[in-house]
Design a protein around this ligand. Sequence first.
Ligand code: GDP
Ligand code: MG
Length: 301
Amino acid sequence: MDTPQRAGHVAVIGRPNVGKSTLTNALVGAKVSIVSPRPQTTRHRLLGIASFPQGQILLVDTPGLHRDQGKSTATAMHRWMNRAARGSLEGVDAAMLVVRAGQWDEADTFAYQALRQAKVPVVLVVNQVDRLKDKTALLPYLAQVSEGREFAAVHPVSALKRKGLEPLVNDVLALLPEQAPLYAEDEITDKSQRFLAGELVREQLMRQLGEELPYATTVEIERFVVDGALLRIGAVIWVERDGQKAIVIGKGGERLREIGAKARQQMEQLFGAKVFLETWVRVREGWSDDEAALRAFGYHD
Ligand code: GDP
Ligand code: MG
């Protein structure tokens, strides 16, 4: 029996840190979107391409909508991230609203209402069920959050442990139009390797730098050269002040070496090639609130 294939765009929406990027990666089967324990790790809108025998889900992973939206404290970077999140609803066939199991607050209600207003079918993904201490709390929680709301389906999952994903995929595919896959099966994202390389360095900045510092950094890939079986990559880490530069480099260059080593490992895994990575740290004062600098660093549509 031949069931026709389905394919379409699905926005992945939810509060920062609920696991949108982890879910995107789990469905794609590769790390196309960087993940860290910190909120606002994802800055760009990114397409994750998840191919299955029954069809193709094009996951639009987004930065979470920002709280200080509209307030004067919102920097140009924050405004950029909000635009990327809102723009993700245009032209999608469905949305996955991702929440953390056991939690629901007004930001989730806000996201739900925005999705309903946009008239996209919403699949509720209750993520991080592995973290629930009391498993008997799950059923009452599911009943409570579904009450009075219209979901095309509700799926408790663990994106991290890849639990519950198959039924989720089936229900999401059912919401998509019947059509042949839109991308080749071996494609995993709409972003270039150059972009992904920069993101993998940024992921290490998010993971290895304390407190506020990661938010003052960005990464520019200055060089991306295919040299036989080797990739030669040169990455500039931009910071806002001299003091920050010293912290990123660390004592005797130790921290920068560690950032480079981890990022290189991740690149080799994602690209399936040997990588020679060089990193530099440079200062550009106030880059995160400077529209021209943002554009130069790739934060543009
Ligand atoms: P995003 O901001 O919504 O994209 O969230 P991320 O995907 O970056 O994940 C935020 C943090 O939650 C990371 O530390 C992930 O490892 C963690 N995380 C994501 N999904 C799960 C899950 O199913 N279980 C557990 N225990 N942790 C998760
Ligand atoms: Mg993310």
